[in-house]
Design a binder for this molecule. Structure first.
Ligand code: 9G3
Length: 581
């Protein structure tokens, strides 16, 4: 492609609402333009990246045995009424009416549509397993779309749906998609982790999120560099400490001390000159309407998702001041476990604690040398806190790493949630009518491209990994009025294309500095610079964008050198099988 003919409006201007690097760079490099809030257009350079990513997705989905379909974006309300979701979703579901005043939604996802097709067309187990996928526009009317195409209202998604006769089959389908996702993101050259996710409201007992690691990521994740363990921070397990029988002989006498106005851990620690790990916090919650005292060590944070999951509760909230008074007899900040009117549950860390500080259930008083067994009893210990840097990996015990991540994919086991609601059944081997077991699998197309920019950029612009780069090489003749330069540039342009290389020839009559800045900004992995002086010596400069390393290459070798560097990049990326760091 000739730069002078390309619709490629690079700009220095950064929109004020572009809060993250990828949003700024995708606008500045002329990849996208905003149509209105949360709705973006892909310009030619951006769409070349999208198409390359979609190609990788299709290759891996087809390899996994999935079959591509293309479903309508406009969905009749009846299907969503059947599934019970028409009334479940609020303003996020964009609803429209047609000329006959019938209700529709612009599809935010396609469980209902795909299930309605399969229930009509699949009758027996012989037609299973089945995995259908599409790459389709979705619409979710986010209240606050942000970060450009990373969180837009209209967006492209690859969504796949699997149908199986039994749990075992569903597990195989899930694993096939899980492995396909690892290959897809690895082939893009992305650093990512598959994390166990809290499958949240959509039901289904099991899910993993694929996270591209980036400091600006919205999600907090924990992973172990030594084994495959990774999880959302809310979900990351904490190792249960080895049980050490507590020797009551080590108990010191309980001591009630006056601690005026010392409510927080910091205040209590500085007043009593103790460390947070020697203090126990008594937090009163209301779990499904019942008060509950939860004990955690002073330097740990309670994880309410773990608490909620432990009780499989519908509702959980911190108790109000008056409930705290009612349960503990004292105001917030002086609550303790001894003699209170509620059940007590403690985080695992308390299993090995003795002689600790707690609230005395009396305003402005704390107790020192409190001990479990003597001063109060605990019947339940559980994993109730957030993992910390000093905790070991729950799988292999090694040190864990904290990172921020951008969710680019999500795989779910759905079970019979939709097949039951919509009567999607099949006849099994024994002729019995069974519900189909489903799974669903999504990848955000634009979001992954944005996450790639978020992960790979520097002060000069985007650094595309070779597999997603809109062009592999940009040929930059420095002085377009120098005949020898132009002749060399034109012939290199032709020669490289003959070898199947995707080349952008910057034939503009622009100063060299402008050309170099644009080449760095749009992030083409390789740049061949043709300067008159070097050319006179029979050489060209080849620069690798990601390392900025420049090599001087004789004109005669430059085609082989460039194709060799492209191949080397692709091999390097392919060598990272799991793609996980
Ligand atoms: C809605 C709206 C927003 C939604 C949903 C429905 C998220 C909804 C979850 C999923 C699950 C999987 C198939 C591909 C992978 C993800 N936001 N989800 O169901 F009506 Cl407005 O979409 N679907």
């Amino acid at each position: 492609m000739r730069y002078s003919e390309m619709f490629l409006p690079t700009t220095r201007e950064v929109p004020s609402d572009a809060e993250v690097k990828s949003h700024q760079l995708m606008i500045r490099a002329g990849l996208i333009r905003k149509l209105t809030g949360g709705i973006y257009s892909y310009l030619p350079l951006g769409y070349r990246v999208i198409k390359k990513f979609e190609r990788i997705i299709r290759e891996e989905m087809d390899r996994a045995g999935a079959q591509e379909v293309f479903l309508p974006a406009v969905q009749p309300a009846e299907l969503w009424i059947e599934s019970g979701r028409w009334s479940l979703y609020g303003k996020e579901l964009l609803r429209v009416r047609d000329r006959h005043n019938r209700d529709y939604c612009i599809g935010p996802t396609h469980e209902e549509v795909i299930t309605s097709i399969v229930r009509d067309e699949v009758q027996t187990y012989r037609q299973l397993p089945l995995n259908l996928y599409q790459i389709q526009t979705k619409f979710r009317d986010e209240i606050r779309p942000r970060f450009g195409v990373m969180r837009s209202r209209e967006f492209g998604m690859k969504d796949a749906y699997s149908f199986d006769a039994d749990e075992e089959g569903a597990g195989k389908s899930y694993q096939k998609m899980f492995d396909a996702y690892k290959r897809i993101f690895a082939r893009c050259g992305l650093h990512f982790r598959a994390v166990e996710a809290d499958s949240g409201a959509i039901g289904g007992s099991y899910s993993h999120e694929f996270m591209v690691t980036a400091d600006s990521g919205e999600d907090a994740l924990v992973y172990c560099p030594h084994c495959e363990y990774a999880a959302n921070l809310e979900k990351a397990e904490v190792i249960k400490p080895a049980f050490r029988p507590i020797d009551a002989m080590t108990f010191l006498p309980l001591e009630t001390v006056h601690t005026p106005d010392a409510r927080t851990i910091e205040e209590v620690c500085s007043f009593l000159q103790v460390k947070p790990q020697d203090v126990v916090k008594t937090l009163v919650f209301v779990v499904d309407g019942k008060p509950l005292a939860v004990l955690v060590r002073g330097d740990h944070e309670i994880n309410e998702i773990k608490l909620k999951n432990f009780f499989d509760a519908d509702s959980i909230e911190l108790a109000s001041e008056d409930i705290i008074r009612e349960v503990t007899g004292s105001p917030r900040g002086f609550a303790g476990p001894a003699g209170i009117k509620s059940d007590i549950i403690a985080d695992y860390a308390l299993m090995t604690m003795t002689n600790f500080v707690v609230g005395a259930n009396r305003q402005d008083y704390h107790n020192k040398n409190c001990n479990i067994g003597r001063d109060f009893t605990i019947k339940t210990f559980a994993d109730l806190r957030f993992i910390t840097e000093t905790d070991g990996c729950p799988r292999c015990g090694g040190p864990v790493t904290f990172a921020r991540g951008i969710e680019v994919g999500h795989v779910f086991k759905l079970g019979t949630k939709y097949s039951k609601a919509m009567g999607a059944t099949f006849l099994d081997k024994d002729g019995a009518n069974k519900l189909l077991i489903m799974g669903c699998y999504g990848i955000g197309i634009g979001r992954t491209v944005a996450a790639c920019v978020e992960q790979m950029n520097d002060n000069d612009g985007i650094i595309w990994p070779m597999p997603l780069a809109p062009f592999q090489v940009v040929v930059t003749p420095v002085n377009v009025s120098d005949q020898a330069t132009i002749a060399a540039a034109e012939s290199l342009y032709v020669e490289l294309q003959k070898k199947g290389v995707e080349v952008l020839l910057d034939d503009r009559d622009e100063r060299a500095g402008v050309k170099f800045k644009d080449a760095d900004l749009i992030g083409i992995p390789l740049r061949v610079t043709i300067g008159a002086k070097r050319l006179a010596e029979g050489n060209l400069e080849v620069m690798l964008r990601k390392s900025k390393k420049i090599s001087i290459v004789p004109l005669a070798n430059v085609v082989d050198s460039v194709t060799g560097m492209i191949e080397a990049e692709m091999i390097d990326i392919r060598s990272k099988t799991g793609g996980e760091e």
